[in-house]
Each structure stands twice: as structure tokens, then as C-alpha cells.
Design a protein around this ligand. Structure first.
Ligand code: ZN
Length: 85
């Protein structure tokens, strides 16, 4: 992708935003089994808005740190990891 425009787009990106990827090329993933999406132009990525119920788990772990797993706040404000322990 074009460097500067990509940086502009990346500046908009934060956890919880919803994007549409338009006409991507499906390519074999080098890092994982499966595939990856490739775009050549920033205009192929459209920021649609933010996910209303996006959030982070607020539970405190045994080591005293916050869990911070991404969760659906609509369901319950704790991650499944915490609920299953
Ligand atoms: Zn959690």
C-alpha cells in the first residue's frame, strides 16, 4: 500500500473500529495457515464506525494486572477466560 496514505489511515485505526475491506486480493498467509487479504490502495479500506459494544475485560488477574481481553460488553463485562476460572 502507498506509504503515507497508509500512515494516515493507520492513525484513524483504534481498537473497536469497524472497517470494510473492498475488493481485496486473497493470498496465502505466510505467518499462519490459511489466507490473508491484500489491498493496494487505501481507498479499499473504509472506516465505517465503531463497534457499540466493544470493550476490554476489567477483571484483575492473579498477578495483579488487568485482563484486557477484548469482549462484547453487551453480553457481560468479563472475558470467558475469567468466567471459566
Ligand atoms: Zn478477562
Amino acid at each position: 500500500m502507498n506509504g503515507n496514505k497508509f500512515q494516515d489511515l493507520y492513525a484513524e485505526v483504534e481498537p473497536g473500529i469497524v472497517v470494510a475491506i473492498l475488493n481485496p486480493e486473497f493470498i496465502k498467509s505466510h505467518e499462519r495457515k490459511g489466507f490473508a487479504l491484500k489491498v493496494d490502495e487505501c481507498t479499499q479500506i473504509a472506516v465505517l464506525g465503531t463497534a457499540e459494544h466493544f470493550g476490554f475485560c476489567s477483571a484483575e488477574l492473579e498477578n495483579g494486572k488487568k485482563c484486557k481481553q477484548v469482549i462484547n460488553m453487551y453480553e457481560i463485562p468479563l472475558s470467558k477466560t475469567i468466567l471459566n476460572t
